[in-house]
Design a protein around this ligand. Structure first.
Ligand code: TEU
Length: 547
């Protein structure tokens, strides 16, 4: 039996606000993406994940949707979307849309009706609770973006739950009428020709029994993988996806490996694959805030990803990523964005594209885009970052320099600066001042420069994608770690019935001996100019096959 299409292709993620602005308003848009379709085709991708493009007041850049069936006017019209869909399909690229259904915007008609009165027909579509005995919030849950997860509504005297911002009220998946309407909406997008959905925090949809009991402390962690999550996902699969070959990709923070394996089990899948968070949570201590960074080591990264590689066998499936619109840039976090920027960016791309699972390249990583160090908090735009600034400089007592250093390291805006197309003003992203400033390094690091440099991250990424596409072992072969102890080298193989590929990655700035017998294997790809037979240069990545 042929494997499903989404197991063999490489995916690319677009954050539309920051990709390409076609109409000179400083905001990326659908026509901008359409103007780059040939670029995407040349990369060799088979799937595009488009972050939300629906109507939204932009409290959280589109993750607060006010109409699931209208497009955000600053991004374009339905005709533009159809042109994008057709342009992708003509190039053999499937289109995956973002589904943000744990919460909506507070400006969605559903919430406006829900809030209007206690006896409104849609009251129960959101999560309302009476105040605690002292008049305060029903419990002590905190929102992911800071502050209480409950907002008081004076008109009705009740609180509503929002695990993210107060403009993102949580929907009530226990309400049957809501679920029916949501699934109908999804079916309409399926009829319009989408090829699947990436599902935002989809493991938060089932809240624990007794939610709102006083004294319960926590927040998102208390709502993870709730009691009816499986039922809801199974119903969605039946109601929306039965008889289709669409892909479903869960964003599932805090989903343990055992559950992820069960949920993506190809014999009875609830989701086709999911994004876990264990490797992106390695640089802060358990329980500590993401801003309280601790160094992350390659052995920790290797141990975590190897556990997921092995643990999803034989019937589960991984989504692979090293960065996205919520994370710092991969080269700054796991690599060396100074002296070895090109080498470490290509090494990380090699890792991403040679693990087992469906790899997601985040826009700009194919040219080695790095974190930005803005001068002042005023340059940042992200709601989480701006809230964190108030908390770090307030309650936590950090001075401005220390707080800014923490934000430069971890802010989601690191990944949201405009895509660097050229050395032209605004990085060739827009003719107007962009909604967020470009990273000043764009003069040297941009697509146009990468096109003319045969050693660029971009050319290497294209070669790597082509190699993965023609090498079945790199798509479906089993992952096998060859050395769990080496402090700098990560060595693994991908094995199927007919082929064996060995991947050797030097996560250090010092040359490392390539252990026998790997030094006798044939090299099919390396990211350095003059590779030596038995030594890996600083940040060298090598793919080997039997001689
Ligand atoms: O993110 C969910 C999530 O839990 C994290 O990625 C979170 O944004 C991060 O840990 C904060 O440090 C998804 C979206 O990807 C994100 O952009 C949205 O803000 C969030 O859901 C709410 O919709």
């Amino acid at each position: 039996m042929n494997p499903p299409w989404w197991k063999t292709c490489v995916a690319y993620q677009i954050y539309p606000r920051s990709f390409c602005d076609s109409d000179g308003d400083g905001v990326g848009d659908l026509r901008g993406i359409i103007s780059k379709l040939d670029y995407l085709e040349r990369l060799g991708i088979g799937m595009l994940w488009l972050c939300p493009v629906y109507a939204s007041p932009n409290d959280d850049n589109g993750y607060d949707i006010s109409d699931y069936e209208a497009l955000q006017p600053e991004f374009g019209t339905l005709d533009d979307w159809i042109a994008l869909r057709d342009g992708l399909h003509a190039r053999g690229i499937r289109l995956v849309m973002d589904l943000v259904a744990n919460h909506s915007s507070d400006e969605h008609a559903w919430f406006i009706e829900s809030r209007a009165a206690k006896d409104s027909a849609k009251r129960d579509w959101y999560i309302w609770r009476p105040p605690a005995a002292d008049g305060g919030p029903p419990n002590d849950w905190q929102s992911v973006f800071g502050g209480p997860a409950w907002e008081f509504d004076a008109a009705s005297g009740e609180y509503y739950l929002h695990l993210f911002s107060k403009k993102q009220p949580d929907l009530n998946w226990e309400n049957t009428a809501f679920r029916a309407e949501l699934f109908a909406m999804m079916r309409r997008w399926v009829e319009l020709g989408v090829d699947g959905f990436r599902m935002d925090v989809i493991n938060l949809i089932s809240k624990p029994e007794g939610l709102g009991a006083g004294g319960d402390e926590g927040g998102m962690d208390r709502a993870l993988n709730g009691p009816r999550m499986r039922d809801h996902l199974a119903e969605m699969r039946r109601e929306v996806f039965a008889g289709t070959d669409l892909v479903t990709i869960g964003e599932t923070p805090g989903m343990p490996l055992e559950l992820a394996r069960e949920v993506t089990d190809e014999r009875a899948p609830l989701l086709d694959m999911q994004f876990h968070f264990e490797h992106v949570d390695l640089d802060h201590a358990p329980g500590a805030s993401k801003w309280d960074c601790t160094p992350m080591t390659m052995p920790a990264l290797r141990a975590t990803l190897s556990r997921w590689q092995e643990g999803m066998e034989p019937h589960g499936w991984n989504s692979l990523y090293l960065g996205n619109h919520d994370q710092p840039r991969a080269v700054s976090r796991y690599g060396d964005d100074g002296r070895y920027r090109r080498e470490s960016a290509t090494l990380l791309m090699t890792l991403l594209l040679t693990l087992k699972g469906t790899p997601f390249i985040y826009q700009g990583d194919e040219i080695g885009m790095a974190n930005v160090a803005f001068d002042a908090i005023d340059d940042y735009r992200d709601i989480e970052t701006l809230n964190a600034w108030r908390w770090l400089t307030g309650e936590r007592g950090f001075d401005a320099a220390a707080a800014l250093a923490m934000i430069r390291t971890k802010s989601r805006d690191n990944a949201r600066t405009p895509m660097q197309w050229s050395a032209a003003p605004n990085a060739g992203f827009s003719t107007a001042t962009p909604w967020i400033a470009p990273n000043p390094d764009y003069a040297a690091h941009n697509v146009a420069a990468a096109e003319t440099d045969p050693d660029s991250v971009l050319h290497y990424t294209r070669r790597l994608i082509a190699l993965r596409r023609e090498t079945v072992a790199l798509q479906h072969g089993r992952y096998c770690l060859l050395d769990a102890e080496h402090p700098a080298l990560w060595l693994y193989e991908r094995l199927d019935a007919s082929t064996r590929c060995v991947i050797a990655l030097n996560f250090s700035a010092t040359a490392q001996a390539l252990p026998a017998p790997l030094n006798t294997m044939r090299r099919v790809l390396t990211n350095v100019r003059n590779p030596s037979a038995d030594t890996l240069a600083a940040w060298e990545a090598r793919i080997l096959v039997p001689a």
